[in-house]
Design a protein around this ligand. Structure first.
Ligand code: SF4
Length: 498
């Protein structure tokens, strides 16, 4: 009987992407996906070092898995435990010391070695740890298994050449390395041939994509090339960088029909003094000018951002500058974070400058009040309009509602489909439906029943799977969440509250 696996992914979309590759390799080895870790023969934790208390959480999870492993052994079976990703890259040997029941530890640069490491672990009495300093095989070259049929993460570059003082990513993922345009387009074409209708391009700084290959950013060229891929309905990307964002990219977005008019542009702070301390090499004027140009070229563009509150040394005036920029932009959604130090980053050493926790909390509350009001206004702007949604999933809690996303990535709930041929629904995850928006909250919009349905191959396959009682794919409220730095998830609404 084949062995089964379960992957738990922490952190950002790059980890989601890498987990898809790990799943692909495991399936090539004959493993099949288990519904949860309690029944799996192999559990892989794809870790994140960006989140606060990431290590405590990892060791908590590993403690739980040890109990599961002991139980299995008593029953005469085994449980293979694998730890990969950013925290493994940072703390590799420590993981093996603190949790010697782990079987394999690998880092951010050697995902491709997973099959060999598992083979070694079979005959090893201690954890097999392998961490290398440089990427040898681009993860995109590895086999992949998607969590949903209609959407794929596509990595266009890994690593980052910036040195934002709050961020650990460059030391874990290394310098930026881009893939060639032809290779990316070929991957996207084969994804579309395999029913994908939406791709999200991933890079720590998509606006510098291609600089290491061509001496200048090729991101606009890539968007235009993807515009020529027939059958590809939606192209998204994350994350851009305000310093490197060129007019050329804005024009490519505006002129390429399948590129969604959604810009997730991390602000981090509205204070030029704090931006300098963060080593973010743009200023608020540049940021606001980019927003103005975006709106001039794409009046329908949805704008989202990330903001850190209470960076070391942030004064009341600095925070007010952030509020002023936020008020001026009017974001559809802002992911706001209270600063917390990440060991190993320059900002973590500025202990004397740390802002007292109660001050950070108070500022954070004020910012949240403002951004929630803006999110509500963003959804209200959709009232009465007809929106095309990419159908995501039925609600977990209310079977009469389904969820989908607009091209601007707003989350919209709408009535469930009727059953078509007596078994399959008339639309399913991966199909495109047109709805009229009838109500708005800060977290999502509500809409009337779908009036037009554009079926896709992914939707038909999902509908058939549902009629057989199988899973339809990723529920809307199981989407990965954004982190404090690095890649962010471009979702406009908080996880669905239905
Ligand atoms: S925040 Fe983004 S741009 Fe800055 S160092 Fe981290 S990954 Fe690079």
């Amino acid at each position: 009987m084949s062995r089964s696996y379960y992957i738990r992914t922490f952190g950002c979309q790059m980890n989601e992407h890498d987990s898809g590759r790990a799943a692909g390799m495991l399936e090539t080895l004959g493993y099949r996906r288990a519904p949860d870790e309690s029944t799996a023969d192999l559990v892989l934790l794809n870790t994140c070092a960006v989140r606060e208390n990431a290590d405590n959480r990892l060791y908590g999870t590993l403690g739980h898995l040890k109990g599961l492993k002991d139980e299995r052994r008593r029953e005469g079976h085994d449980l293979t435990i694998v730890v990969g990703g950013c925290l493994a890259q940072k703390d590799g040997a420590t993981v093996a010391e603190k949790a010697p029941w782990v079987d394999v530890v690998y880092g951010t640069h050697n995902l491709a070695d997973l099959p060999q490491l598992l083979a070694q672990a079979d005959s090893a009495a201690i954890p097999v740890v392998e961490l290398i300093e440089q990427l040898e095989t681009f993860p995109s070259a590895l086999p992949a298994k998607r969590s949903v049929r209609h959407h794929a993460w596509v990595s266009i570059a890994v690593g980052c050449n910036n040195s934002c003082t709050f961020c650990i990513v460059p030391s874990l993922r290394g310098p930026e390395r881009s893939r060639r345009i032809g290779e990316i387009v070929a991957e996207v074409r084969s994804l579309v041939a395999d029913d994908v209708v939406e791709v999200t391009l991933l890079g720590q700084n998509v606006n510098s994509y291609g600089r290491d290959l061509a001496g200048a950013s090729q991101f606009a060229d890539l968007l235009r090339e993807l515009g020529r891929v027939e059958g590809l309905e939606r192209v998204r990307f994350t994350s851009p960088h305000p310093r490197d964002f060129s007019d050329e990219v804005l024009h490519a977005m505006a002129e390429t029909p399948n590129v969604c008019h959604h810009l997730h542009l991390p602000l981090q702070s509205g204070s030029d003094r704090v931006l300098r301390l963060m080593r973010r090499s743009y200023r608020s004027r540049r940021y606001l000018a980019l927003i103005d140009k975006t709106r001039a070229l794409m009046p329908d563009a949805a704008l989202t951002t990330d903001i850190i509150v209470g960076f070391p040394g942030e004064t009341d005036e600095d925070f007010q500058a952030t509020l002023d920029v936020v008020a001026q932009v009017g974001f559809d959604q802002a992911f706001t974070f209270q600063y917390s130090p990440r060991p190993g980053t320059p900002a973590a050493a500025l202990v004397d400058e740390f802002v007292p926790a109660e001050v950070v909390r108070e500022r954070y509350g004020r910012l949240e009040t403002l951004t929630r009001a803006q999110s509500l206004a963003g959804h209200q702007r959709l009232l009465g309009t007809t929106q095309e949604l990419l159908v995501e999933s039925p609600s977990k809690t209310d079977p009469s509602r389904w969820s989908g996303r607009t091209r601007g990535n707003h989350l919209v709930h709408f009535p469930a489909p009727a059953v078509g041929d007596g078994v399959a629904p008339v639309f399913a995850p991966g199909d495109l439906v047109s709805v009229e928006v009838t109500d708005a909250t800060a977290n999502y919009a509500l809409a009337s029943a779908a009036t037009v349905v554009r079926r896709t191959a992914a939707g038909r396959a999902a509908g058939e799977a549902m009629s057989r009682g199988e899973t339809h794919g990723m529920p809307a409220d199981a989407a990965p969440t954004p982190g404090a730095a690095g890649l962010q998830l471009p979702v406009l609404a908080a996880p669905a509250r239905r």
